[in-house]
Design a protein around this ligand. Sequence first.
Ligand SMILES: NC(=O)c1ccc[n+]([C@@H]2O[C@H](COP(=O)([O-])OP(=O)(O)OC[C@H]3O[C@@H](n4cnc5c(N)ncnc54)[C@H](O)[C@@H]3O)[C@@H](O)[C@H]2O)c1
Length: 286
Amino acid sequence: MMYNLLKGKKGIIFGALDSKSIAWKVAERAHEEGAKFVLTNAPVALRLGTISELAEKTGSIVIPADATSMMDLEELVDKAVEELGGKIDFVLHSIGMSVNVRRGNHYTHQDYNFTKTGWDVSALSFHRLMSVLYKKDAMNEWGSIVALTYMAAQRVFPDYNDMADNKAYLESVARSFGYFFGRDKKVRVNTISQSPTPTTAGNGVKGFDGFIAYAEKMSPLGNATALECADYTISLFSDLTKKVTLQNLFHDGGFSNMGVSTAIMDSFMENYKEETIDEPKKKDKK
Ligand SMILES: NC(=O)c1ccc[n+]([C@@H]2O[C@H](COP(=O)([O-])OP(=O)(O)OC[C@H]3O[C@@H](n4cnc5c(N)ncnc54)[C@H](O)[C@@H]3O)[C@@H](O)[C@H]2O)c1
């Protein structure tokens, strides 16, 4: 459905790797809603992914930038303002990567150089980006900045590893920088806490299949898809949400406020009964 919600707005979209990426869906929806934007990703992602296809489809240019490099971010913002012919109205930070997750290091046995890299890419990059936008005064008043996050920032998900800590930091940066951006530039800053979603980053999490199936059964509305996340992001970029800022907004079909669902309880009790009938001794030992 199209509503012209972003007609005349200009943006920068980070993190579209392939057609499964949440940022890819945001770009497609932003284009449908009348926005003009620049696409960006790390140089290595541009080589591995399929972003040029998206650029063609949405009439955008691609400007490479490593989100951990101040020089790259500065060049990106300058070029984006030039290319779009004016200041920016919306920015999507859709970046996440943990080297410990990639290398299969357990949370209790991290390589701290990997931890630092993951934190720099996934969390500090949001501060860097906002700092460049702020110093260059590159955002229009009533602009909107959104970063994507996950509920492991608040609650324990053992296999989410050090990304949980990175997301907690990211959400805190949204509040802290959001204050100054709001006070000084009338720009809002929020994070969207999205359901598990089958993307390259999502599938990197150990046991992701179980993770996503469990969340689906727990949530009254089921998991939110990447496209639904894009729709929600568009609403935050639109003029319909001007006074929403410093928020971590759950977009998860209700998962974050659940204790247990009947679907989860039923399948738990089925196994529990089997265990008590078939293996009473094993159960006694627990
Ligand atoms: N997939 C999920 O289950 C899920 C759930 C909640 C939140 N999120 C968050 O959504 C965001 C997007 O992830 P996705 O699921 O679409 O996966 P994705 O793998 O498609 O996107 C991650 C992006 O980060 C980019 N990136 C990595 N290092 C970078 C760097 N140094 N500089 C610039 N870009 C870099 C990658 O190239 C990629 O495009 C991430 O912040 C992720 O943590 C994902």
